[in-house]
Design a protein around this ligand. Structure first.
Ligand SMILES: [Zn+2]
Ligand SMILES: [Zn+2]
Length: 129
């Protein structure tokens, strides 16, 4: 993919920094943050900007949020995720090659070539019990 010039506008710049700060965010979360600064910005504008960040390779899609909505990821490199079933926290992780090959033999040598999502309980949630 050709390297596009980074698009600049006050909305795009703010969406970019909201996403970087949150790490992972839905359009609804980004829109809510953006409206703290620009109360009249529309959902359509936010959707258009996040779509462009994906097209320009500045962001990628993470596994969907628990309510099924699209989740944008400020980390544009391929990576795996850990999701806490208790609080919904989504964290970037890297599953090493050996881990992938163990998973591969567990699934009858089918190929593991996509990002992986591990679901579990985070330390905070475990301590709360
Ligand atoms: Zn948790
Ligand atoms: Zn991520």
């Amino acid at each position: 993919m050709a390297i596009a010039t980074r698009r600049r506008s006050k909305y795009t710049d703010t969406v970019r920094s909201v996403l970087i700060e949150r790490g992972h965010a839905t359009n609804a979360q980004i829109a809510a943050d953006l409206r703290l600064l620009f109360p009249t910005v529309s959902d359509t504008t936010v959707h258009r900007i996040t779509q462009r960040l994906i097209e320009d390779g500045e962001a990628r899609l993470a596994p969907n949020a628990s309510d099924g909505s699209m989740l944008f990821d400020s980390n544009a490199e391929a990576h795996d995720h850990f999701e806490c079933a208790g609080c919904g926290e989504l964290r970037d992780i890297h599953i090493p090659r050996e881990g992938r090959s163990m998973i591969r033999s567990a699934i009858g040598d089918c190929r593991v070539d996509g990002p992986l999502k591990i679901v579990g309980t985070c330390c905070n949630c475990m301590n709360r019990k």
